[in-house]
Design a protein around this ligand. Structure first.
Ligand SMILES: Cc1cc2nc3c(=O)[nH]c(=O)nc-3n(C[C@H](O)[C@H](O)[C@H](O)COP(=O)(O)OP(=O)(O)OC[C@H]3O[C@@H](n4cnc5c(N)ncnc54)[C@H](O)[C@@H]3O)c2cc1C
Length: 194
């Protein structure tokens, strides 16, 4: 049972969020920014954020060519473009909120390795570039086969290489640390639960 003091100070929050990964903390921050006077608590079962947000590959992804083509099999162009836009806006917001240095963001682009079975994707690059152009303002995808050798990729698997000029990398350890600091500064409480 909670003591009087515990009840007064620790058991009443306007918003409680489970999980302090990028999603939980971003929701907490948005809530606090919308409702400054309301209290926000984030409960985390790990001592650190213990999920995918600190255990990923660190790509700032918007959608590789084969991923978009796969999505287009069961979604409309508008829906696929919307998801691309959300990813882009999410990344822009994260960069603006925390600062590129604090999240180790580098706009290095990215590459997709194309296997024998995926070679059809090469015929669709122009179409995909046109599709995402309203959001990228420049061709997002281009063939970069000349880099296959430079990167030391196996040619038995890699039949083509597509460069994505719109993506980048993030140091997600730094990012999560910066996100936690940002949340704490706003007055959001983060507690570890057993
Ligand atoms: C191997 C791997 C590589 C990836 N690479 C990329 C990539 O390169 N680019 C990219 O954009 N995305 C990548 N992702 C996906 C991306 O990391 C996730 O989509 C994102 O981190 C999800 O964030 P989240 O906050 O929803 O979840 P998480 O970061 O998993 O956060 C959930 C948190 O909730 C906590 N939790 C769970 N249950 C409870 C509970 N009952 N009580 C209290 N706390 C709880 C967990 O401990 C955890 O800290 C990758 C994912 C993986 C697994």
């Amino acid at each position: 049972m909670f003591s009087y003091w515990e009840q007064q100070s620790f058991s009443h929050y306007d918003h409680i969020i489970i999980g302090s990964g990028i999603v939980g903390l971003s929701v907490a921050i948005e809530l606090k920014q919308l409702y400054a006077k309301e209290t926000v608590l984030v409960l985390e079962r790990g001592l650190l954020p213990a999920g995918a947000s600190t255990r990923n590959a660190g790509f700032a992804c918007m959608g590789s060519p084969t991923e978009l083509l796969d999505d287009l099999q069961h979604m409309s162009e508008d829906e696929v473009l919307k998801i691309f836009e959300w990813r882009k806006k999410g990344l822009d917001r994260l960069r603006k909120r925390l600062g590129d240095d604090n999240i180790g963001y580098a706009a290095n682009g990215s590459y997709e390795l194309i296997s024998e079975n995926e070679l059809d994707a090469l015929d669709k690059l122009e179409y995909l570039n046109e599709l995402v152009k309203p959001l990228t303002q420049m061709p997002a995808y281009k063939l970069a086969n000349e880099k296959i050798k430079d990167f030391g990729l196996s040619t038995s698997y890699t039949k083509a290489l597509i460069q994505n000029t719109c993506e980048g990398e993030i140091h997600t350890g730094k990012m999560m640390k910066a996100l936690i600091d940002y949340a704490l500064k706003l007055g959001i409480e983060i507690k570890t639960v057993a």
